[in-house]
Design a protein around this ligand. Sequence first.
Ligand SMILES: [Zn+2]
Ligand SMILES: [Zn+2]
Length: 342
Amino acid sequence: MFMKAAVYRRSSGLMVEEVPLPESGIDGVLVKVANTGFCGSDHSLIESGILPDGFILGHETSGIVSEKGKQATGPPVGSRVIIRPTYCGKCRGCLMGKPHLCQDNRRTIGIGDLPGAFAEYVKVYSQMLIQVPLGVNSRSAALAETFAAALHGIKCSGSNGGSALVIGGGPIGLAAIQLLKLIGFGPIALSEPVKEKRLLGQTFGADYLIDPLTEDITRQVGEWTKGVGFDTVLECSGVAENIQVAFDLAAKCGSVCIVSVIFKNAVIRPMAINFKEIRVSGSISNTHEENIQCLEWMLAGQIDPSPLITDLIPLDQLPRVYKERIHTGKAVKVILQIGEEF
Ligand SMILES: [Zn+2]
Ligand SMILES: [Zn+2]
């Protein structure tokens, strides 16, 4: 039995191919994929050159449980689910109840060692599944992980209110703005060079917008905050130079959290940190609880992921859209329509 999947080829990039249909095995679960979102980390991984030939990416996914191994626990066949893609159950991270910090990097769907969900079916493990409440559709559900990653960043910053600056208006930065607003932060500012993304930030509740390439962000932040700086700065741009910018624009005793994954080295001036006693934190991925919280907020209509979706496409078009829309930075969120949506 075969299925369609977008496969990474070292020679030619993403290619849609027929690959063997995975089997649930004794302890696995087979999910029939409805939608999968294209994540910034998928882009970083393709461009990094570290992916093995033939790998299937994709972890922001919603679908239906279609088959379970004899020893698999969790939601029954037919359940609507999303996937929190990391779990081994043996390492320090998993045993601490923090499977998103799984140290073995084992059993990681679409990012680590196991094939992901740019495919008609994906094999996962029960511990990775989160049920989607009735009333949240499969496209929004596939974006729960994006919101959960933003929520995780806000939590890791240790802040629960005050002014906030989001650097970078990609999906996670824009989700962060909706969440900061919902939690009660304010005023909220967004620094983002692409106009369409700034306008989305405004729709989601940003009080101040700035194009860092054509405007003087230091002077603007001085004006907005009366020379104080921002209580919380979330680095969501993935640009190494912006780490120092984040320190420069944070208030005394402010908090800077590095949310984006940056492969490059960054030059920073440590004095910018200790002279203002800035709290520095980092966040990676997200937890089951944060995903469940974001699904509940979606159900209650308190967050709305749909404006993030700029490209809704069938799996076949991913190679083209990757070149034209993702790699060029034009798309905000690409959502693949793979199987039947719910
Ligand atoms: Zn992701
Ligand atoms: Zn683990």
